[in-house]
Structure formats: structure tokens, C-alpha cells
Design a binder for this molecule. Structure first.
Ligand code: ZN
Ligand code: ZN
Length: 137
């Protein structure tokens, strides 16, 4: 049936650098798509900015090895590949019922369309960004 074959669609899957940690998700359950400029994400990813999409927990599953997890703040879980170290996902008790995946882990990230910037006030000035997306602190 269609729902089963769609789980093999590259637009619905992601993976870490080494391929051990994999996930699939239903794009219909995506709740947001945003860049994050906060200092915590910057340090967690060692990158000036990172980009997430949030998925309802009913709409995704790990399909490879389970990731390792680090509590970067109380109630926050940052999940990463225990083999290669790729950051994979973020979850917080403040936003129950959803998990945020790094858009760069998508099997095919080229078609991803972010909709806003978060923590714009914490951004690094040496990475100029001239898009027209809404910018929130
Ligand atoms: Zn890996
Ligand atoms: Zn952040």
C-alpha cells in the first residue's frame, strides 16, 4: 500500500554521517521548519547556525541504531550518533509530543524550505544572511 512504499522516499528519511542512526518520518506531521541561532545549538553542532524541523512524535521512528543522548539543559535531550557523533535530534519537556530533527541530516536536504529564524539576536555577525524570512528573538 502507498503508506508503506512512501517510507522509502528519500524526502521522508534522514541519517547520520556514518549511516548507523537513521529515521523516517511523515512530512504531514511536521510542525515547523526553522533556523536556530541560539548559543546552545551553536555549541552542540559546532556550527554558526543550525536548522531544524519539528515532527509530532506520532509521525516518526528510528530505523537504524538508537542515538546516544545528552541532557544539555534540564528537560532537554540532544540526540547524536554514538559512532560518528553527528547531531541528530532535539527534544525538550517544554514542547512535549514533538522531536526536532536537524535538517542537514535529511537524505535529500536540497528541497528543504525553512520558514523562519529563531534566536536571531544571538546570531554571529560574520555569517551574513539576507533572506526575507521572519526573524524572531
Ligand atoms: Zn553515525
Ligand atoms: Zn537553538
Amino acid at each position: 500500500m502507498a503508506a508503506t512504499s512512501n517510507t522509502h522516499d528519500a524526502s521522508r528519511q534522514g541519517r547520520c554521517l556514518c549511516g548507523a542512526v537513521r529515521y523516517s518520518f511523515d512530512p504531514e506531521t511536521t510542525v515547523f521548519r526553522a533556523h536556530c541561532h541560539c548559543e546552545s545549538c551553536r555549541r552542540a553542532t559546532s556550527s554558526p547556525v543550525t536548522t531544524f524541523f519539528g515532527v509530532r512524535d506520532s509521525g516518526w521512528r528510528w530505523t537504524g541504531a538508537a542515538p546516544a543522548s545528552h541532557a544539555s539543559s534540564p528537560g532537554v535531550r540532544r540526540m547524536f550518533c554514538g559512532t560518528c557523533g553527528s547531531p541528530m535530534a532535539y527534544a525538550t519537556d517544554d514542547l512535549p509530543g514533538q522531536t526536532h530533527f536537524y535538517a542537514a541530516t535529511l537524505a535529500d536536504p536540497a528541497g528543504f524550505a525553512p520558514e523562519r529564524h529563531d534566536f536571531w539576536g544571538e546570531r554571529l555577525a560574520w555569517l551574513p544572511l539576507a533572506d526575507d524570512l521572519p526573524k524572531h528573538d
